[in-house]
Design a protein around this ligand. Structure first.
Ligand code: F6R
Length: 353
């Protein structure tokens, strides 16, 4: 039930801090440590490479899974668009593990790959929000998102839940115990609360940047690029503003030709190591007329920046940076007069290939 909320999407955005806290609880053992089922742990430890397979928002979460699995657990990881898998299957050597990320657990494109991988005899894990869903039943292992039902077509809390569960998976395989993920996720949940409490500010940004626009860009580097892709999908699928998420440094290799007077370019800056480079890219588009909006993590901000996010662990910034982009999509859609929860041409669960 959406209760006092005008739309499910807003309710589901608001639920994210609580979902994050619930996930931490669900994956904690009696000693207060993060834990995954032992058989799954053994299966992942036996793998010398992980192949993540997913669609849409879940695919975007997959890129963060790659980052965590490689950085925390040291396992080489590839990310595949499910519908492309059969045309360009990975070269498989050794002992791979296939990980399917799917909010619904019913997506036909992902299931088709799961069926094939099972025929090949490789172990499989599904990360899903729906217990007993097709992809969960058919895989060897399941990790649940514990996000509660997601009703709005545009996925929000499932994305942050997927990232959190992927981080937990990677952390439980990590040799280094110095990264206190439970503590850091708690900081993220509190930071999410404070962004959500100030959503009016984001409604104003949506009005200032997006109401009468036909196109927009999100740019970022590294983890901020991954979030830019998801932010762009969110904005385009419900507000119908044609939006691209771009690697900030890649824009000048062609796409910058699309920048006109007033084109909104929203830059995400959460990583100290690439902040100055992304700032350079912001200048490049600003000097060509772009209406730039900077969403930056505390500590990296400049006076002219539009939105400052509370500081969180550098590896977990995507969990936080995506929240204002979800709210921007929500408010832009409201202001443009469209149905937030039921965008045209889309279904919540895509059961055709
Ligand atoms: C976008 C969105 C879709 C889904 C995609 C995969 O907001 O919801 O891109 O992420 O259709 O769906 P699942 O995760 O159910 O496999």
């Amino acid at each position: 039930e959406k209760g006092m909320y005008p739309y499910y999407m807003l309710k589901e955005i608001d639920e994210q801090p609580a979902v994050l806290r619930r996930i931490v609880q669900q994956y904690q053992n009696s000693a207060g440590e993060l834990e995954i089922p032992n058989e799954l742990k053994q299966a992942v430890e036996a793998a010398d490479r992980i192949h993540i397979v997913a669609c849409g928002t879940s695919y975007h979460a997959g890129w963060l899974g790659k980052h965590f699995l490689e950085k925390m657990a040291g396992i080489p990881t590839e990310v595949h668009i499910a519908s492309e898998f059969s045309y360009n299957p990975p070269l498989i050597k050794g002992n791979p593990l296939f990980v399917f990320i799917s909010q619904s657990g019913e997506t036909a494109d992902s299931r088709q790959v799961l069926v094939k991988v099972k025929e090949w005899g490789y172990p499989t894990l599904t990360i899903t929000n729906v217990q007993g869903s097709t992809l969960s039943r058919e895989a060897n292992h399941t990790l649940l998102l514990h996000a509660g039902p997601e009703i709005a077509v545009a996925s929000t809390k499932a994305y942050t839940a997927q990232i959190s569960v992927l981080a937990i998976l990677a952390a439980t395989l990590s040799e280094e115990k110095d990264f206190a993920l439970i503590h850091e996720l708690g900081i993220v949940a509190n930071a999410m609360d404070s962004i959500i409490a100030e959503k009016e500010q984001i409604a104003e940004l949506a009005e200032a940047y997006l109401t009468d626009k036909r196109s927009a860009f999100y740019i970022g580097r590294g983890l901020d690029y991954y979030v830019s892709m998801e932010a762009a999908l969110k904005l385009k699928e419900i507000s119908y503003v044609q939006t691209e998420g771009f690697a900030a440094g890649e824009l000048k290799h062609g796409t910058i030709a699309l920048i006109e007077e007033g084109t909104p370019v929203i830059a995400l800056i959460t990583q100290a190591e690439n902040a100055s480079h992304t700032r350079g890219n912001i200048e490049e588009v600003r000097s060509r007329g772009a209406h730039t909006c900077v969403c930056v993590m505390e500590g990296l901000q400049q006076e002219s920046d539009q939105l400052v996010l509370p500081a969180v662990h550098p590896m977990l910034t995507p969990l936080l940076a995506v929240v204002p982009t979800q709210l921007l999509a929500y408010y832009a859609t409201l202001q443009r007069g469209f149905d937030v929860d039921k965008p045209r041409n889309l279904a919540k669960s895509v059961t055709v290939e």
